[in-house]
Design a protein around this ligand. Structure first.
Ligand code: GLC
Length: 485
């Protein structure tokens, strides 16, 4: 059999490749969302705090550390077995041990003299971000606070930044964020490639992976020491750095069911004796200490029935890269709207430059997002999932007062028109009134039930001026008896 020049065998091979590609893609999404089993936290204080969390919607995430100096992938190049992807842009690595030595030695030149925490916090607030997530320690083990547990930190005399009055970057940033009324999410890596009870001899001369270099069943006391160190560090952050809203624990591969029990539950319990409503994000743990699901670089297809936060980079990388490419602002605004319509938060990651400033292309995009949010924030912050999350170019959110927000996403080059179909089906309630949020204009409408054009036809007034990225229409709906709110 031959179809358009292809034999049966060729077609079958093509089909097979396509389905492998699809399943890889699906796996990625599944890994990030559906596979996680959500167990709600028992504590009432935490449950309440999670309602606060759900209101926030937009987080400025920052990956900042030694890797920012070279503009390479964060920490992962140290893991020999991850070199194939994590070192793909580092041409000069010939000698694994020498590379590790040089990477670790970056603490001797970390000096972000233009890291202006107050400025960053002010910018974040102005641009509509409600909380800030910051890498207190990434997998490479370099600590950005004055930990007492290691000298591998910004405040150690070995690091030139230690003479700076703001050498305790975490303290400086968290204080600045609180002053602006921003929430705080402390990113902390459970894995620590610089700790010799995790990687013996700093992994130099070893083909390291993301796991400890030794069998923890054979050396339980070594593992216990590492866990104790982790606990001490977590408690330092929770005890000495003011109120923290979220403790975001990365290193999801270190989990009990895979034989790497770190006793995270006990650590969080101890932390909650200090801060009872601390939200714990033990990523991918599937335990009662994973209060929030964290899909990575992806947005779930459907609303999730638990608190969740997608972490997504504004560019292509977590840490600063000298030649990065940044997502268009339209895509960022639409992504935020899509996330919120599905009931989640967006942690948008920006990697500060080696001197500590945020890159200009990121700032430009953040400002534009802020401008859109200043006009349309009512449809975003504090909202919950509506009975329909999305229909074609429309996204829907629901205010706590019951108002429905229909958000029309405009694609680039899409022309404005006088009539517009709000694809909101009548079965969800009777539409009483439609108001354009940014201008306060009442929009005349009529309900249509044709086969093609089922929904609410908006008759846009002559003077209606469209937003560049998305317009919000507040839809006042009278609920029908028996329909879900
Ligand atoms: C990925 C990266 C890790 C980063 C994290 C943030 O897991 O490998 O380095 O910190 O995403 O979500």
């Amino acid at each position: 059999m031959v179809i358009k020049g292809k034999t049966y065998a060729q077609l079958m091979a093509l089909l097979c490749l396509t389905s492998i590609a699809c399943s890889l893609n699906a796996q990625h999404v599944v890994h990030a969302t559906r596979n996680d089993k959500y167990v709600a936290p028992k504590s009432k204080a935490v449950q309440e705090r999670l309602e606060w969390f759900r209101d926030q919607k937009l987080c400025l995430m920052m990956h900042f550390g030694l890797y920012s100096i070279w503009g390479i992938t964060e920490s992962w190049p140290l893991s020999t077995r991850d070199a194939f992807w994590a070192r793909s842009d580092i041409e000069w690595v010939r000698d694994d041990a020498e590379f590790k030595r040089q990477y670790y030695a970056l603490n001797k030149c970390f000096n972000p003299v233009r890291f202006n925490a107050k400025e960053i916090a002010k910018t974040a607030k102005r641009c509509g971000f409600k909380y800030v997530a910051f890498t207190t320690k990434h997998h490479d083990g370099f600590c950005l606070w004055d930990t007492k547990c290691t000298d591998y930190k910004t405040t150690s005399p070995e690091c030139p930044y230690s003479t700076n009055p703001n050498a305790d970057i975490v303290k400086n940033l968290f204080d600045a964020c609180r002053a602006e009324g921003l929430g705080i999410s402390a990113y902390f890596s459970k894995a620590d490639f610089h700790h010799t009870d995790f990687w013996e001899g700093f992994g130099i001369g070893t083909a390291t992976s993301r796991y400890p270099t030794y069998d923890i069943a054979k050396q339980p006391e070594k593992w216990a020491r590492f866990c104790e160190f982790t606990k001490k560090q977590i408690l330092e952050l929770v005890a000495d750095y003011g109120p923290i809203d979220i403790l975001w624990l990365d290193g999801g591969w270190l989990k009990k069911e895979r034989g790497h029990d770190m006793g995270i539950g006990q650590m969080i319990d101890a932390a909650r004796e200090i801060q009872p409503n601390l939200i714990s994000v033990d990523r991918m743990a599937n335990t009662a200490y994973m209060d929030v699901r964290t899909p990575e670089q992806t947005v779930p297809d459907e609303p999730l029935d638990c608190p969740w936060e997608s972490c997504i980079t504004i560019s292509e990388s977590w840490g600063y890269h000298y030649d990065d490419s940044y997502k268009p602002v339209r895509q960022l605004i639409h992504m935020l709207i899509d996330v919120v319509a599905k009931g989640g938060n967006l942690a948008l990651n920006v990697g500060p430059m080696p001197d500590g400033r945020l890159p200009h292309p990121a700032l430009e995009r953040m400002e534009k997002m802020g401008k859109w949010l200043a006009k349309n924030g009512e449809a975003i912050y504090g909202t919950r999932v509506a009975s329909v999350a999305s229909v074609r170019s429309w996204r829907f959110t629901k205010g706590k007062d019951g108002r429905l927000f229909g958000i029309r996403l405009w694609s680039e080059g899409e022309r404005g028109f006088k009539h517009m179909l709000l694809n909101f089906e009548e079965k969800h309630g009777e539409v009483k009134r439609v108001v354009h949020l940014a201008s306060g204009t009442d929009i005349p409408f009529k309900v249509t039930i044709g086969d093609y054009e089922r929904g609410v036809m908006l008759d846009l007034p002559h003077e209606f001026s469209r937003d560049e990225f998305a317009d919000v229409f507040v839809v006042e709906v009278e609920q029908k008896k028996g329909t879900l709110p």
